[in-house]
Every structure is written in structure tokens, then in C-alpha cells.
Design a protein around this ligand. Sequence first.
Ligand code: HEM
Length: 440
Amino acid sequence: MDHTRYEGIERREFVKSAVAIGGTSALTACLGREASQIERTSETASATDDGLSVPRPDDPDDRPAALHHWNDYLVRDGNGNTVLPRHQVVLGLSYTGSVPPTGAEREQVRAALETLDRAFRWGVGDDAGAGVSTGLLWVLGYSASYFEQIGASVPAQITTPESLLSAVDEDPAKADDFDAVLVLTGDFGSIPLAAEAALWGERDQLNGIDVPATLEGVFERTTRRTGITGKGVVAEELDNDEVPEDAPLSMGYRSGFGDNQATEDAVTIDEGAFAGGTTLAASRLHIDIDRWYEQSTEERVGEMFCPAHDAEEIGDTAESLGNSSRITREDAEQIPEHAEEYDRIGHSQKLATARDEGFLPRILRRSEGVATDVAEGAGFNFTSIQPDIEAFVAVRRAMNVDEYDVDVSAENHGIVDYLETRGRTAVVVPTREEVALPVP
Ligand code: HEM
């Protein structure tokens, strides 16, 4: 028995569960398991009082003004594609502060969030070639209910979760009633865990930095969703032996290629109160994994990409695709013909019909991950950023069967028939400068 590999799997399992459980004892245990790996990865020798010891930023202000600017700070794979951080903590928050927020509360929130930036590098920091990140990437956004609660007008770029769900023909009852959403991600489980603990006053220090303020009294955590992504860890998480061992995501295929993600500039709000920011669509989905893997590779390739794609070449994980999904304008236009010829059409092919007139994607999918906080079945964290939630609505509607006049059964109509939405909301993400309790 290769003990190091067993230790590796054993450690991964452990860290994954610790992140899912959360709290200080899970963090302490997680730190214990990751310490040697962190030490091997980072050149920082000096241990800190709080047990976490990763490189701190030389200049905490040297980071993007936009909280959604992650691409330059993400690890890249051999094909140049961005690789999302392995561990995700997605927190649904309820606003418990004053109406309207006071200057003191705004200062408190600003100082609490700034601690994250002083304690951790923004992703890989300036170490562009890093194979693993010792930093943190986070984003905070506010929903319509936050603005309604503080007596401000709801920004035009978002809408209530109920109307978002109705707009994509889903059940409004699945609306997530969060006032705000905070996403914390990192390659080491201890990092988002420690960040969360510091924000809610469970730690006096964060990676050797004193914690001067917390979010207590202003934000309460009402929902905690955790997830994991990356080769090798997904198959371990899912209770189905058909999931390819090196699947980066639950349905087998990597998602998000260099050529089919909107650029960060394209998803940035151009003008108005939130200029420089973006909108985030955050969803919890459930995937019928067993039914999905009952299908052949050819059927899965056809439904995930396009039936005209070469299933043999793409295989079970699309690793061979390099940095392109090879979805073309023709693929999008030939949906009726493909439906006729193959009795099947693809998810990517369908959503490509929602690209803009220049055939550029309108949304940037971020932090897609396999849920680690669900007792059974396959949960999935899906978030995307776009300049206006309308862009998400247009793309999501393109998944719906009745958007197409073709005679293809639901289970052969992309992947929508294998998905169920369990929760969804939309938030506006201000710039880093404006992120503390905005009052437009
Ligand atoms: C469990 C849920 C989902 C999984 C596993 C999944 C996975 C994938 C995969 C593997 C691809 C093809 C590779 C690629 O082109 O990136 C893809 C494409 C895409 N997906 Fe999904 N997806 C899911 C849900 C969604 C949802 C809910 C949306 C947004 C409404 C979405 C938006 C897109 C877009 C925009 C593309 C690219 C289409 C284009 O080329 O323009 N996906 N997805």
C-alpha cells in the first residue's frame, strides 16, 4: 500500500470534511493536516501564533480594484486555462446592522474585510507560474433585499431572486433569501476556513495579522455551502463509480475554456453607482449523476458539448480539448439539423446561441464546484459573473427545452434534464473600495 498516496487521499478527505463542517475545531484540525503541505509549498518559515503560515502580501494595496478580477491570480493548467481554487465556502448572509448603516458600521466592515487582504495574497499574488495558490480569493455582493432593507433603490443590474427564477422559468419558491453573499476560496482548506473564523470573531490573529474588526452585529451567517473542485477530488466525493477518476467536475468534463468565457472587462459594470463592479448569480444545483452516467460516452459528449463533436477524441473528461471547447457559430446555428440527424443537442451548443453578435460569451462562470455539505446525491455550486443579471437570464433560458422548436426528448436536450435548482439569487458586487455597506 502506497502510504503517501493513502495519506494524500486521507488528508484530502479530511480537509474537505473540515471545510464542510467549519468552525474553530475543524480549522485547528485542518491546519494540523495541511501544515506540512503548506510548509513545502510556501517559502515562509516563520510559524505564526494562529498556526497558519503562508506568505503575506508585500503590499496589501497591490491588488485589483475589482473584486471579480481573479484571472491573473489563478493557477493555470498546462493548456493555459485558469484553474479555480480547490476549496469554496459560499456564505448566505443576513444584514443585522442599522437602517441605514452607520459610518461606524461601514468602517467596521471595511476593516474586517481589509484584514483578509493584509493577511493573504490575492490568489497566487505575483507568482503567476505557481502550481498551487497559498492565497485567498473572495467576493462579497449585496442582494435586492439588502437595498430594500436599508431604504435604498435596488440597483438596475440585479433583481429579486424570485423574479430571477421566474425569468428563467424556474420555481420562485427556490429563491435564496440572502441579503448578501460572501464567497471565500483557496487551494488550502485552512485559508477560507481561517478567513471565515476571523470575520466572525473566532480568531484574534489571521496568518500572523491581528484582527482589528469583525462582521459581528452587521452580518449573520444564515446558510453555509461548501464545495470542492479539481481532478481526483471530485470522484472521491461522488457516490458513483462511473465518475472518471480525474474528472474536474461532477459530470466529468472541465467547464470554462479560454475561448468560451467572457473576459473580466466584459462582465464589469461600465457606469453608475456600481461602475467597476459586477453582478454575481449564485446557485445551488442538484445533479442526477446516476442517470447521467448510465449514458455512453458518445451520448454524454453530445449532450454536454455538441453531437457533431468527436466523442472519441473528447472522451470522458475533455482533457484533449486543450483551451478550446471548439463550439462554433455553425454548431449553434445547426441545432435543428443536429436534432434531426442525431436526435440529440448539446448544452454548450445551446448556450452558445446566447452569445453576443460577435459570438462572444456574455457570462464568466466562476467557482463551479461539487457540494461537500450535502448528505446524499450530487450538489453543485454554480456562480457566474456578468455586467447585468439579464445576461445570466438570457444564457440560462438557452438551457430550456421549450426555447427550441426541435423534436428531441428532454434527456437528450443538453444537460438541463439532469439538473434541479435548489437555491438561487443574484447580487451586485461593488469594487473593493466601495464594498463595505454600499448605499447608492
Ligand atoms: C451542473 C451544472 C453544470 C455543469 C456541470 C456544466 C458544465 C459545463 C461544461 C462541461 C460545459 C462545456 C465546456 C465549456 O464549454 O466550458 C459548459 C458550457 C457552458 N455552460 Fe455549463 N454547466 C452547468 C450548468 C450551467 C449553468 C446553470 C449555466 C448558466 C446559466 C451554464 C453556462 C454555460 C455556458 C455559458 C457554457 C459555454 C457555452 C458557450 O460555449 O458559449 N452552465 N458547461
